[in-house]
Design a protein around this ligand. Structure first.
Ligand SMILES: *Cc1c(COP(=O)(O)O)cnc(C)c1O
Length: 438
């Protein structure tokens, strides 16, 4: 038995699924998740000494790779002075100032401890400001696990939501309207009937949580126009895309001008964090200035703030984003060539350093087209990549992330290793899809 197997067996007895967050249990792909002992740059090492090139990067935060020396220095220095004070600190102020200067739509912000807290609070703020209760989200999006957001579309053309998790009251789910991503016509229809009841629409500018799906320009424009026309607020959930696609957020690339922005992941440099920000006027509605209550014992703690500050300061070099784009392009190009040579039914979606290989031959533009993917084939690809030493997200519907430590050599080796995994996929299909045991 490997050490990972032994740990996993023990973990399953004390944690649901053996994990602290569901996707880590490898439920969609089967097999035993490697327990990770250490991480450096773009490499993970598990408790059995296996090394993996990491394309998960803790689901996005480690854009500089693991253990960046400047982040570690700053973090050590902060920790030496104390970990959390339950009082304002200079790091918090500096990180706040730097985020405000990076995002034209954000004049003021509030730090929280996770992305979930950020979106939950942003929605409360939007409801508080507008005095309305309905919210609009898009199918296939993930905005954290608050009750209002664990909602899927009801059956038959109904747009009102039903819970996607046990424990979410149907009365709450009904307040969440759900539409397909990139469907401009459906937006127009919904706003003409419900527009004046909608407090806010929340959207990932580039969707990363159904795998990577790019927004249609016209769709984003129409969403901004309609929310404004009907007095609903637009929330850009940039928890994944913030500081990932460009310095600031994807909203800058798409000229999106949201009313509220949520952040997380990269702005904490790998430590727990979230934030929501907006115009000075909207943010003045938050307590203690305004009537919308929101608080947090560890919010703005100096450790998270220091790691975030060191990360964001390093990202201010524009060359880093062109480097990430270039490495992302090389990886997707390499994979596309092999996919086409092997005539595999797969489509690669990418924006900058976020990408997904969908095992479907057709374009993926929304949840319906993403869900057509052959998840059994993905499972083979995932495990064969893992065997080769490439650590991909263990679900068809998650994004691969690159860091600035994924250099030419790493990309070249990754393509080589993943090409062997793709050949295994071809063989598996040609053999009539036999039962696959990782
Ligand atoms: C990760 C993520 C969240 C949730 O953040 P947590 O810190 O996991 O609570 C919300 N929205 C988006 C777009 C995300 O990618």
């Amino acid at each position: 038995m490997t050490h990972s197997e032994e740990f996993y067996n023990r973990a399953k007895t004390i944690f649901p699924g053996g994990v602290s967050s569901p996707v880590r249990a490898f439920g969609a792909v089967g097999g035993v998740p490697p327990f990770i002992r250490s991480a450096k740059g773009c490499l993970l090492t598990d408790v059995d000494g296996n090394e993996y090139i990491d394309y998960v990067l803790s689901y996005g935060p480690h854009i500089l790779g693991h253990g960046d020396p400047d982040v570690l220095d700053r973090l050590h220095a902060a920790i030496d002075r104390g970990i959390s004070f339950g009082a304002p600190s200079e790091e918090e102020l500096q990180l706040g100032e730097i985020i405000v200067s990076a995002l034209p739509s954000v004049d003021r912000l509030r730090f929280v401890n996770s992305g979930t807290e950020a979106t939950m609070s942003a929605i409360r703020l939007a409801r508080g400001v507008t005095g309305r209760s309905k919210i609009l989200k898009f199918e296939g999006a993930y905005h954290g696990h608050a009750d209002s957001l664990l909602v899927k579309a009801g059956s038959g053309g109904a747009t009102f939501g039903v819970p996607s998790s046990a424990g979410v009251p149907p009365e709450i789910a009904r307040e969440t309207l759900t539409l397909p991503y990139n469907d401009t016509e459906a937006l127009k229809t919904l706003f003409s009937s419900e527009g004046d009841k909608i407090a806010c629409a929340i959207i990932e500018p580039v969707s990363g949580n159904m795998g990577v799906v790019l927004p249609d320009d016209e769709f984003l424009r129409e969403l901004r126009r309609l929310t404004e026309k009907y007095g609903a607020l637009l929330i850009a959930d940039e928890i994944m895309t913030g500081f990932r696609q460009t310095y600031g957020g994807a909203q800058i690339l798409f000229s999106m001008e949201p009313d509220i922005t949520t952040l997380g992941k990269i702005i904490g440099g790998g430590l727990p964090v979230g934030a929501y920000g907006a115009s000075a006027k909207i943010m003045s509605q938050i307590s203690p200035e305004g009537p919308v209550y929101q608080a947090g014992t560890l919010s703005g703690n100096s450790a998270s703030m220091a790691a975030g500050l060191a990360t964001i300061q390093k990202l201010k070099t524009p060359a880093l984003y062109s480097q990430l784009e270039e490495q992302g392009r090389k990886l997707s190009q390499g994979l596309k060539e092999i996919i086409s040579r092997l005539s595999l039914p797969a489509t690669v979606n990418r924006m900058g350093s976020m990408m997904t290989v969908f095992f479907t031959p057709d374009p993926v533009t929304d949840w319906t087209s993403a869900a057509r993917s052959d998840t059994a084939l993905f499972r083979v690809f995932f495990h064969e990549s893992l065997k080769q030493g490439v650590y991909l997200p263990p679900s068809q519907f998650e994004a691969f992330f690159l860091s600035t430590r994924h250099d030419d050599e790493v990309i070249r080796i990754s393509i080589e290793k993943m090409s062997r995994a793709l050949i295994a996929c071809r063989n598996w299909i040609d053999q009539g899809r036999p039962e696959y045991n990782p």
